[in-house]
Design a protein around this ligand. Structure first.
Ligand code: OSB
Ligand code: MG
Length: 371
């Protein structure tokens, strides 16, 4: 396969409601899509990050420069190439995993479309639908939170994740547990908002039967998570700390986590995400698929990954209308709490031209073949 053109499409989509986490509040998604045209087919992928480096060190502008000046020149210099040759070609470039992921994913989509194979089949999916959870932001009041959770449960979501931070943790968990009962699959995500000195406070969560607590401590604090794990009954799940299959193995060996949130972008793409799944499965560690408020383009690929056998917990792969009034693809809709795994070639979905036109802010060529 030979790359002919790579285009960046800057998009901005209003969220249906503000989404507040311990690191900030989002009211829109401001990101870019990559369109890769090859001699076989064209491929699409979505950059998972934001304009600001609040969740992780990368951000949209850093990714664009990294792609344009460092990643794309190395990949296009290969001439004939496949998606599997992307990671080795850019291995010399340190970090920048979200940028690497969007490039590899668009190329993988093109390659699979060329064969007529779905991403789900390529990765080894064993399901044609996956259970959907929903991530619920920090709110101004408990009654508002309870209304929001009640609405999501009425829509059919099979598990609830509450965003927490110091000052919004025990009380919302207690209220949701009391209102919706012990049968509700409930978990929390701190996005690094705590320190080890909060261990006794976090121990108060143990009485609410949570599935897990996600990333309570800093992203580089594997040792702290291992120490915290000895103090909590609630299983620890890592998100921000996990950047590769190797550090997944390290985190498991150190006892830093009992569960892993796999976000393909954070680990450099779907091929590495698959290896994380394999490492976790070999250790008996359950995984689930996280999200980054993706449009249908990013979500479609996440659903393919979530259909692998080791993804035994519901993910943050929610329906389109949890995020957007108008998604960039045909909307993903919940059916009995499940989302369908796309079965068409590549990521299995395509952008709706009209929706893309509404969302597009700018358009830049990052590479045009001169031959
Ligand atoms: O920590 O999982 C997270 C959204 C943006 C950045 C980080 C996270 C999240 C979510 C929402 O929790 C996941 C989703 O619904 O896409
Ligand atoms: Mg998280």
């Amino acid at each position: 396969m030979k790359i002919e053109r790579i285009e960046l499409i800057h998009v901005r989509l209003p969220l249906v409601g503000a989404f507040r986490t311990s690191f900030g509040t989002d009211v829109e998604r401001d990101t870019f899509l990559l369109r890769v045209v090859t001699d076989a087919a064209e491929g699409w992928a979505e950059f998972a990050g934001d304009p600001q480096p609040l969740y992780c060190a990368e951000f949209a502008a850093s990714a664009e420069l990294t792609l344009r000046d460092h990643l794309i020149p190395r990949v296009t210099a290969l001439g004939q190439m496949t998606a599997a040759s992307v990671a080795p070609a850019v291995a010399q470039i340190k970090g920048h995993r979200l940028a690497k992921a969007v490039l590899e994913t668009a190329i993988l989509d093109a390659e699979l479309r060329g064969y007529g194979m779905s991403l789900a089949t390529c990765l080894g999916a064993v399901r044609d639908r996956v259970p959907a959870g929903v991530s619920v932001g920090i709110m101004d009041s408990i009654p508002k939170l309870l209304r929001s959770v009640a609405d999501y449960l009425a829509e059919g979501y099979l598990r609830i994740k509450l965003k927490i931070e110091p000052g919004w943790d025990i009380a919302p968990v207690r209220a949701v547990r009391k209102e919706f009962g012990d049968g509700l699959m409930l978990q929390v995500d701190a996005n690094t908002a705590y320190s080890l000195t909060d261990a006794e406070h976090l121990r108060c969560l143990d009485e609410y039967g949570l599935v897990l607590i996600e990333q309570p401590l800093g992203e580089d604090d594997l040792r702290g998570h291992a120490m915290l794990a000895t103090r909590l009954q609630t299983p620890i799940c890592l998100d921000e700390s996990i950047t590769s299959a190797r550090d997944t193995a390290t985190a498991i060996a150190l006892g830093s986590c009992q569960i892993v949130n796999v976000k393909p972008a954070r680990v450099g793409g779907y091929l590495e995400a698959r290896r994380i799944h394999d490492v976790a499965a070999a250790n008996g560690v359950p995984v689930w698929c996280g999200g980054m408020l993706e449009t249908g383009i990013g979500r479609a690929a996440n659903l393919a990954l979530a259909a692998l056998p080791g993804f035994t917990l519901p993910g943050d792969t929610s329906a389109s209308d949890r995020y957007y009034a108008e998604d960039l693809t045909a909307p993903f809709e919940l059916e009995d709490g499940y989302l369908p795994v796309p079965s068409g070639p590549g990521i299995g979905v395509s952008v709706l031209p009209e929706a893309l036109r509404h969302a597009t802010v700018a358009h830049r060529d990052l590479f045009v073949s001169r031959t």
